[in-house]
Ligand binder design. Structure first.
Ligand code: SF4
Length: 451
């Protein structure tokens, strides 16, 4: 890693940059894209092709203070049941528009807390999904599982429906940190959920942890990582906690003076990163780790790793359709996002319309920049040959762009005939380097810390 003084000089500890799970990033979506575009893009899907489906459940039993997800707290099942009816209608509309023979290469339930659905609701939802598109061979069906909100019956339903990847959020196991971030989830509860998941033959387990939390120290994150490793997860996402109380009001309950400094955040990340690598995980992109036999590791080695709204993926599908409030779909033509407010989304579906409220249609330049940013975030290199042949750009112009950007990073990047490389010591700067390839004005959007 480059010395901290050099990283500081380059602005790593002050920069606010996107995580680049899309390009352009969501703040650049506009209302120019609506339900008609969405329906047209659905109809343009090749008959018989494999697509991915994301289902969003924006409800939780309690609202954790650290969490910036758009979700509603509810103790009653009534709003959840009403939302399920909306999802079923939306899926039926989608099924009517989809070309024949489409199958799912990936199905993901996220939230919020999808596991707060009761077992009968889960069955209704899976039936509605598989009515319009069955899982394809070797498909992955993943569900975000809240260890505080799961039991044997619900896991039985999910396993019977074909769930083969489970994702659990851990944040940190330390008691003081859990109290400070308003999320109590003990090691034993998490262990029990993991055991129940494994007992049902679910092959793959993902876990998310956070660095940069209040009161987090090297010792505490080490303990959390060691406890997490006792579950032997197949994949781990190590995300930086984004403290944005002006956007996520619940975070105002978290004392800012207990937060680590940006320099300390980098140390916390490095501590956890080393522990995963020592334990035999492959490093995947900027913030994921995977066992060498996991699909992400295999995709990385084969040059097939991709970036999407869930972080990193080995999903080969060109189309990802999001259903539910605020879900984002990606098509070869552009992005389409459903209305964020559950009430607005529900009203549109009741009226028999898709709720697409905003989005973005790709220009040729968007596609080229999107690919360069994805290559940086996945492989830490941009292959000049791939970009010139795919997008018809002049090699000399591309090399000049690489040199211009490399000059902004103090000689840390390598520009050769083959392309641009981000050496290991410069990797903490990757999101800032990606920003240098971003043609949109980033000044107005409230992005999170670069580290
Ligand atoms: S962390 Fe999970 S349970 Fe807590 S508010 Fe966020 S989505 Fe809901």
């Amino acid at each position: 890693m480059a010395k901290k003084t050099q990283l500081a000089k380059l602005g790593l500890f002050d920069a606010k940059v996107p995580r680049y799970t899309s390009y352009p990033t969501a703040p650049h979506f506009s209302s120019v894209i609506g339900p008609t575009d969405f329906a047209d893009w659905i109809r343009a899907i090749e008959p018989g092709s494999r697509i991915s489906l994301y289902v969003h459940v924006p409800f939780c039993r309690r609202l954790c203070w650290f969490c910036a997800c758009r979700t509603q707290g509810t103790q009653s099942d009534e709003p959840v049941r009403a939302y399920l009816e909306t999802l079923k209608s939306e899926l039926a509309m989608l099924g009517a528009a989809l070309p024949r023979g489409v199958t799912l290469s990936r199905l993901h339930w996220g939230g919020g807390t999808p596991t707060l659905l009761k077992p009968d609701m889960m069955r209704e939802l899976t039936d509605s999904i598989f009515d319009i598109a069955p899982l394809s061979d070797e498909a992955e069906f993943s569900v975000e599982i809240d260890p505080n909100e799961i039991d044997a019956e619900r896991l039985d339903v999910l396993a019977a429906a074909g769930m083969n990847r489970a994702s659990i959020g851990v944040q940190d196991f330390d008691d003081e940190i859990q109290k400070t971030i308003g999320r109590i989830q003990g090691y034993d509860v998490t262990r029990q959920a993991v055991d129940m998941i494994r007992e049902r033959g679910v092959q793959s387990l993902n876990a998310d942890i956070l660095f940069g939390l209040p009161h987090q120290s090297g010792v505490r994150i080490t303990e959390t990582v060691q406890k997490l490793l006792s579950f032997n997860p197949d994949r781990v996402a190590l995300y930086g906690y984004a403290h944005v109380p002006w956007m996520a009001k619940r975070q105002q309950l978290i004392p800012s003076d207990a937060l680590p400094t940006p320099q300390e955040r980098l140390d916390l990340f490095e501590t956890a990163r080393r522990l995963f690598i020592w334990d035999g995980y492959d490093e995947i992109g900027i913030d994921h780790f995977a066992r060498p036999e996991d699909g992400l590791s295999r995709a990385l080695r084969a040059g097939r790793l991709r970036r999407n709204f869930q972080g990193y993926t080995d999903d080969p599908a060109d189309v990802l359709i999001g259903v539910g409030a605020s879900s984002i779909s990606r098509f070869p033509q552009g992005y389409a996002q459903n209305a964020s407010a559950t009430s607005v989304h529900t009203a549109a579906i009741r009226d028999g319309r898709f709720s697409t409220a905003r989005g973005h249609a790709f220009s040729g330049e968007d596609l080229m920049r999107s690919r360069m940013i994805e290559a940086l975030m996945c492989d830490f290199r941009i292959d000049a040959g791939e970009i010139t042949s795919r997008f018809g750009i002049d090699r000399a112009d591309l090399t000049a762009e690489f040199k211009r950007i490399a000059a902004e990073f103090d000689g840390l990047l390598k520009v050769t005939e083959a392309g641009l490389d981000v050496p290991v010591e410069a990797r903490p700067l990757t999101r800032m380097i990606a920003r240098a390839f971003d043609a949109y004005d980033l000044s107005k959007a409230g992005h999170s810390s670069a580290i």
